[in-house]
Design a protein around this ligand. Structure first.
Ligand SMILES: Cc1ncc(COP(=O)(O)O)c(C=O)c1O
Length: 344
């Protein structure tokens, strides 16, 4: 199979594309005043939609308070770290970056400094942004093929692929290279294939990394914080050594962050690293969080209302064995949907 001729670093989307959006509001983006529904909402970064009033309010407040972008350590980064730690108690330190790709790139560098091994294991279907070491895709024999010109052949040789959620096949490959694996990087819930039966697979990767002194990196740039506070790690009680988060974390502005575990922190303690700047995005999120709390309270109210109502109706049905009227079916459907959404 030949390698792709595309050149991802040149933003090919622009080539011959006549639809160039100029505005966004709520769930719509506009081209010459024609509205399109934006199902992506900027890859999940805009949880309240385009141009939300919270975003505008935060930006104004931010400017009024003379908060700036600092190249120096700043109080906002420290405060924000403390808040993130409430959601991710397994983060010992947080390093802020300006994009998700930067967070992944630095994570790989950090990982390389932790053991003397050479190979990076990536998982089929995971996407980690425009990061040279990972800008490959697997062919049907799981051999890396380049996604862009200008990549290093050396990086290609050091990349191994394992199939997502397939313990038997992954185990075979991992065991073959176990002495040389620096890290395994995975999008635990893949944006392109979100599965809910991945607990065992993630536990298997965690065990493998512990046993073989490899670093486990969870790339939760899309899913982190959005799935639930603490994300998949807290739900399954799995601790990645390094976690990357981003997107919604910036509340509508570009951001990336790396959370490192206590184990990794102990190793690098003597090394110098920073909390980084990016105070604009950080401050915006404070306000966004308040708004989300209000929204969640609203959803909770709706959820409890629907649940009470549906249970009552369903109970009536059981007692008198009457046929469920169609409006109750809708309520039950809504209940199931809300259950899934709120993960209750
Ligand atoms: C899982 C994942 N990791 C990393 C990135 C890169 O993030 P950014 O676009 O902020 O550089 C993306 C972007 O889509 C992503 O989905």
């Amino acid at each position: 199979m030949g390698e792709a001729k595309t050149n991802i670093i040149l933003n090919e989307d622009y080539k011959d594309n006549k639809i160039l959006f100029d505005k966004g509001e709520g769930d719509k983006i506009f081209f010459k005043n024609k509205a399109y529904i934006d199902l992506s909402n900027c890859a999940g970064s805009l949880i309240l939609g385009h141009n939300s009033h919270v975003f505008k309010k935060s930006l104004k407040l931010y400017l009024n308070k003379k908060i700036s972008i600092f190249a120096h350590p700043n109080i906002h980064a420290i405060n924000f770290s403390k808040n993130i730690k409430k959601y991710f108690p397994n983060f010992s330190k947080i390093i802020f970056c300006n994009s998700g790709a930067e967070a992944v790139m630095k994570s790989l560098r950090l990982s390389k400094s932790l053991n003397k091994k050479n190979l990076i294991v990536n998982v089929v279907g995971s996407w980690h942004g425009s990061v040279d070491k990972l800008l490959f895709y697997p062919n049907k024999y799981l051999k890396p093929q380049k996604l862009s010109d200008g990549l290093s052949l050396d990086d290609k040789k050091k990349l191994i692929y394992i199939p997502y959620n397939d313990i038997a096949k992954s185990s075979k490959i991992l065991n073959k290279f176990k002495n040389d694996i620096n890290c395994i990087i995975i999008e635990p819930i893949q944006a392109c294939l979100p599965l809910d039966n991945i607990k065992k697979y993630l536990q298997f990767l965690e065990r493998f990394c512990k046993k073989n002194n490899s670093i486990l990196i969870f790339d939760e740039i899309i899913t982190g914080i959005r799935i639930r506070p603490g994300s998949i790690q807290r739900k399954y009680n799995i601790n990645a050594d390094i976690t990357t988060v981003g997107k919604i974390l910036g509340g509508g502005l570009p951001i990336g962050a790396i959370g490192i575990s206590e184990k990794v922190n102990k190793i690098i303690k003597k090394k110098n690293f920073n909390y980084m700047k990016n105070s604009i995005a950080i401050v915006i999120l404070f306000f966004l969080r308040e708004e989300i709390k209000i929204q969640i309270n609203r959803i909770n109210f709706l959820y409890h209302f629907v649940r009470q109502f549906s249970i009552l109706r369903f109970f009536c049905y059981l007692i008198d064995n009457s046929v469920i009227p169609s409006r109750d079916k809708i309520f039950i459907k809504l209940l199931i949907f809300l259950n899934k959404m709120l993960n209750l």
